[in-house]
Design a protein around this ligand. Sequence first.
Ligand code: NAP
Length: 349
Amino acid sequence: MESLQKHHTFGLPVYAQKIITISRKKQLIEFAQTHKKSTPLCILGKGSNSLFLNNFNGVVVLIKTKGYKFYEINKNEVLVRVNAGEDWGRLAWRCSQMGLWGCENLVDIPASVGAAVIQNIGAYGQEIKNLISTVEYFNLYEKKFYQQKMSVDNFGYRESVFKNPQYFKSGEFIITKVELLLKRKSLANINYPDLLKIFEKTKNIQPINIAQSVRQIRQTKLPNYKTFGNAGSFFKNIIIDKNKLTELLQTYPLLPHFKVEDNFYKVASAWLIENAGLKGFAIGDVMVSPQHALVLGYKKKQNRQEPQPKKVLLALQKLINHIQKSILNKYGLQLQPEVIIYKNSKINE
Ligand code: NAP
């Protein structure tokens, strides 16, 4: 067994039967030649959106293919071709520094580029789907690379066609490259309250100004996984219809809500959890972050003593159930995890 502790941001000492690191395309083809379909497979980028509730009885493949290149398309458009293992945060910062528009609201989301596509990462009114033009992926069983042209219709809220088993079976394909289309000129996207407060009266805003502000806001609002093991937003925001919204607003007039399409509204799960009195709520060592109600995690011990996985994992399962039950009872709404949860095998004693 090999430790997954440093390969996921929850940082729990869970194990996989085998861990394979892919840093070049060639290694992927070699892996495909030996891998058996019957062996469970988990593909990880930075492991910032995955929770292992017990040991993984199979192979974990770490995608670490780095690097990106810029191509001038026309006066206003620049194409970025990037390998899937590249660090999203690093790329987004670099593009913003270069004065390219598109990634600035998405800086510092801890993700690999490939995982960012699958999840359609989003923050401060921007989603990666608005930037993606092409995705290259490798089919492990056909041992073939495919290029797929993408459009915004291939994505939803924290969803993508790559999560739809009708088109892509989990464990059968690996995203290897992504092409993003960025702009030299664009309007700044500052509609979210935190950004509007800062930039309302600013003229001549550059992408790097927004990137710097987003970095600062995130640092104050979100716990750092290095000291508080977590996987970012644990639950998705909830989409409800107008009737349900009207009903909820009668009891909770302050409920933040945003129209997503005709008759449908998104409500902020962080508000639902906080308003239910659960911000900072703890079971054993695990808690709802006192900083941000959508983040679940645990304080890492300073003396480097490993947390006891079984205790932490049991507490985490209880906490997830407790939050989901409380939100269902109080508002009649079902919270769905945003985090991908693996629970296919037993914890080692
Ligand atoms: P916030 O600004 O306190 O807003 C609370 C919620 O209201 C957010 O969930 C956001 O939805 C929604 N919202 C606010 N203004 C909106 C607008 N003008 N139009 C539509 N929806 C609006 O949120 P926060 O918790 O500090 O997070 C800030 C941003 O970072 C959010 O976009 C959040 O999703 C993002 N974030 C992303 C990740 C991730 O990708 N893993 C992790 C943490 C935070 P949305 O969440 O749909 O934007």
